[in-house]
Design a protein around this ligand. Structure first.
Ligand code: P61
Length: 477
């Protein structure tokens, strides 16, 4: 075939195309407001995409959290909600699904991931202890800190380099972990906080070999491993396609094997588990479970609902089953890959390899002329929105926040803008529009200038911070 006859994306890449394993039954109309309206909306939002009204957004790639489409089975399940205060049958369905697919013995539901992080941190961290982990996540680290812990990043160095193509950039550096144990003593380590895939590194997976080695080290030192299983199904997919010996195992088998190397997990079910709200925390140790069960009633709700309605737990139990289907995961990660490959083709700087849930644009690569304290990744989110109403999220200096000791910005190595893909929501045509938006903004990169932060909240500042373009700061004063 000649280049002009290579029409589909699969043909262009010399492979057969994949298609989504579902068809669309209900649609939600979206439309793009005018450029003038977008400029006004962004100004009113203080140049922060978290503060935009969703009606003013065309393609919403802010997050893959709670933004997925539920299946007809899940919607049918919503009608089967048993809204009893205690002992709802939907709780037992959910408990069974977690036991069956993740393999842990005891589970408490929570309203979402950070509810579970709160309970685990308050229960398993003693003030003054260290919590090593494979790169920080905003809410996770904050809960470590609120419990008196100090997070220590023990991810491999390659994870901080957007151009390093190592396939398991979520791995823990064993030497870094062992040095920490030697330096502070195992008794001063609360637990290993392991995430699969690693969100802030670009959705990068952890290998099975790595978690096995971690189990060995932690067994030797008596340290527990708790897993942030939020996107662990996607992690299992990368193991299936990239790690020797796993090509013939199902996602479900790989997921369970990985979890068996850990002592428990917390979950933001709004991602992998295909629901709009929900979370859970599951452990094997009964005493720890007992402590968690005692705390959940203080902050979330009774231990058999944890902040969720019966119908939410039913949809979640069904979501867990659907999430581990191989064809679902292949098309979900395949859609992310599709967008990423378009951008790579145009030589646009993105985090490589392409991760599981999102494309991360390297804002330093776009704007080498904008210093990090003028927030290049925030600038990039603003430009994408102005171009065509595509909403992305800053994952750089604003997200990293300030060092509690020095009070200065943390200046992370990665200054990224994330285009997260909701599950089962957008089509390939939406990905094409998003890709062309990124290209247009990239083409105009030299004319772009920085932002000044004019309002800064104390906690998780990226959610509510406000900015003004530097060339107009003062105009309103
Ligand atoms: C996200 F800007 N993630 O990626 P909750 N662990 C992990 C997550 O990705 C995660 C949570 C725990 C979000 C929502 C969000 O800085 C932000 O259910 C790996 O959101 O409480 C959430 O789970 C917390 C966006 C969270 C952010 C924090 O878009």
């Amino acid at each position: 075939m000649t280049a002009s006859t290579l029409k589909t994306f699969g043909q262009q890449l010399s492979r057969r195309s994949w298609a989504e394993p579902w068809k669309i039954k209900a649609v939600e109309p979206i439309h793009m407001i005018t450029q003038e309206e977008r400029l006004r909306a962004l100004g009113e939002a203080g140049y922060n995409t978290f503060l935009l009204r969703s009606e003013d957004v065309y393609i919403d790639l802010l997050t893959d959290s709670g933004t997925g489409a539920m299946s007809d089975r899940q919607w049918a399940g919503m009608m089967m909600g048993d809204e009893s205060y205690a002992g709802s049958k939907n709780f037992y369905r959910l408990e069974g699904a977690v036991q069956n697919y993740y393999g842990y013995q005891h589970m408490v539901p929570t309203h979402q991931g950070r509810g579970a992080e709160h309970l685990l941190s308050q229960t398993a961290i003693k003030s003054g202890q260290y919590v090593p982990g494979n790169m920080y996540f905003t809410t996770t680290r904050l809960h470590h800190e609120l419990a008196g812990g100090t997070f220590v990043d023990v991810i491999i160095d390659q994870a901080h380099d957007p151009n390093d193509e190592y396939p398991f950039k979520g791995n823990v550096d064993l030497d870094k972990l062992e040095s920490l144990i030697k330096e502070v003593g195992a008794e001063n380590i609360a637990y290993l906080s392991l995430a699969g895939t690693v969100n802030m590194a670009g959705g990068q997976p952890v290998s099975m070999a790595n978690v096995r080695q971690l189990r060995e080290i932690c067994d030797r030192s008596g340290i527990r491993i708790f897993l942030d299983a939020t996107r662990m199904v996607e992690n299992a997919y990368f193991i299936q396609v990239q790690e020797d010996g796993y090509a013939d195992k199902s996602i479900a088998e790989i997921l369970k094997e990985f979890c068996s190397c850990t002592d428990g997990a917390w979950m933001s079910a709004k991602k992998d588990n295909l629901v709009n709200i929900g979370g859970w925390l599951a452990v094997n140790d009964f005493d720890l479970f007992d402590a968690l069960r005692n705390l959940v009633v203080v902050y979330e709700g009774l231990h058999t609902y944890g902040g969720l309605a019966g119908r939410d737990m039913e949809a979640l139990a069904i979501g867990i089953e659907e999430a581990v289907q191989d064809d679902h995961v292949r098309s979900r990660v395949g859609q992310v890959l599709y967008l990423g490959e378009l951008l790579l083709d145009w030589k646009i700087p993105i985090v490589k390899p392409i991760g599981g849930h999102a494309i991360f644009l390297d804002a330093r690569g776009f704007y080498p002329h904008i210093p990090q304290d003028q927030f290049p990744a925030q600038v990039l989110t603003a430009q994408l929105y102005l171009d065509s109403g595509v909403r992305a999220m800053e994952r750089g200096n604003v997200s990293a926040g300030r060092d509690p000791q020095t009070g200065d910005h943390r200046y992370p190595a990665l200054e990224l803008t994330r285009l997260a893909i909701p599950r089962r929501v957008y089509t390939q045509a939406h990905m094409d529009v998003a890709a062309e938006t990124v290209k247009t903004v990239h083409d105009a990169r030299q004319q772009t200038s920085g932002l000044k932060m004019v309002y800064e909240p104390k906690n998780l500042r990226f959610f509510q911070a406000r900015f003004e373009p530097l060339d107009m700061v003062g105009q309103h004063e």
